[in-house]
Design a binder for this molecule. Structure first.
Ligand code: GLU
Length: 366
């Protein structure tokens, strides 16, 4: 898959575009981005925005010291977040949804699955999710800290295949172009390694240090997870017109594997299996040959003390591992609903967070 053959993109819009003055928020640079998003959606593509700007948007509404304290910044984020959302909403004739998360939420398996389910449901309903860090509740230890890295994490949880980081810089150069006339623009990066990180450091100039390191970190994370990453200058409206005409803009960091392979690798090797679910013949066939999700009716046995969001092995009747996936239910819940119809789940448990036990997108065949 090339750069333009994507289906779902995360578009990260930084504070430099939303609050170029460092306070309040403005639509000044957002129109071309919003038009790009609308056009892509009309082509049947799906978009998730990761937007900064809540702290800046609330800045002038909170009395603060010269260097605002953490509590002052958290209050700014709380009041600024609604303004930032309203600033986006006026560009679209479809609904926007707000999702606020912290690093802790993404690290917690149960909450990770909840975030994933929410994004999936919003996109299925034609709604544009707008994600930001939940700055009002996040203290340093549980924070991602910057929205570049947050956007890379969101691209994984949203199963995106493209990440576009919109900033106020054109992309990556071999040196600082303002002080070095020999600086060359880098159009493509095949692999993020130390030599690429070296381009971000060693200078006090904004072009090289103005968040370039976190952008490279984001690109490394995303490309490793199968997500092509573009760093573009979001202040230049023509960038988005050209992207719509399938012309490459900015610096393109090539993905290291297909999203499917990357997800398989992640599920297979990174997530430790916490238990197992045995399938009957029908479910085995549906999962292996029909690309189906796993339903409660096809489960004959459940083992291991796993929680919602944990990875589990799927076994055939002979006890052989045929697949691995992320369970929407805990082992305790599954022992009560195994072999039952999906419609019975709510009667048995009193709630039904998901009709399927393992969603197809969260399952790999081994
Ligand atoms: N979450 C922060 C905000 O909304 C922005 C962090 C960043 O821009 O990297 O103000």
């Amino acid at each position: 898959m090339g750069l333009f053959n994507w289906h779902r993109a995360v578009i990260k819009v930084g504070s430099a575009l939303i609050a170029p003055q460092g306070k309040d928020c403005t639509g000044q640079f957002l129109l071309p981005i919003a038009r790009y998003i609308s056009e892509c959606r009309q082509q049947g593509k799906e978009i998730v925005i990761v937007s900064s700007g809540s702290v800046a948007a609330g800045r002038s509404l909170i009395n603060h010291s010269e260097v605002p304290s953490i509590a002052e910044k958290q209050a700014m984020a709380a009041v600024g977040q609604t303004r930032m959302m309203a600033n986006w909403a006026r560009f679209f004739d479809f609904p926007c949804a707000q999702i606020l998360i912290t690093h802790d939420d993404l690290a917690d398996r149960r909450r990770y699955v909840n975030i994933k389910n929410t994004i999936r449901e919003l996109l299925n309903n034609g709604i544009l999710p707008i994600v930001n860090e939940n700055d009002s509740v996040a203290t340093q230890e549980i924070k991602v800290g910057d929205n570049d890295n947050l956007a890379a994490m969101v691209s994984q949880v949203a199963d995106a295949d493209l990440l576009v980081i919109c900033s106020d810089i054109d992309g990556l150069y071999t040196a600082d172009p303002r002080s070095n006339p020999n600086a060359e623009f880098i159009e493509t990066v095949d692999l993020v390694d130390e030599s690429i990180y070296a381009l971000a450091g060693g200078t006090t100039n904004k072009i090289a240090t103005g968040g370039m390191r976190t952008k490279i970190e984001a690109a490394e994370k995303a490309t490793f997870n199968g997500v092509h990453t573009l760093i573009v200058n979001g202040r230049k409206g023509q960038v988005f017109d050209k992207l719509l005409q399938n012309e490459q803009q900015g610096t393109w960091f090539k993905r290291q594997a297909t999203p499917k392979k990357a997800r398989k690798h992640w599920l297979q090797y990174t997530l430790k299996s916490q238990g197992s679910i045995t399938l009957d013949k029908g479910a085995e066939n549906a999962v292996l040959n029909k690309g189906a999700s796993l339903l409660s009716i096809g489960i004959t046995q459940v083992q291991g003390a796993f929680q919602k969001g944990d990875a589990v092995n799927l076994l055939d009747q002979k006890g052989q591992v045929i697949a691995k996936g992320i369970s929407q239910y805990s082992q305790l819940e599954l022992t009560k609903i195994q072999g039952k119809q999906s419609q019975q789940i709510v009667d048995i448990l009193g709630y039904c967070p998901s009709d399927v036990i393992i969603h197809r997108d969260d399952l790999v065949i081994l």
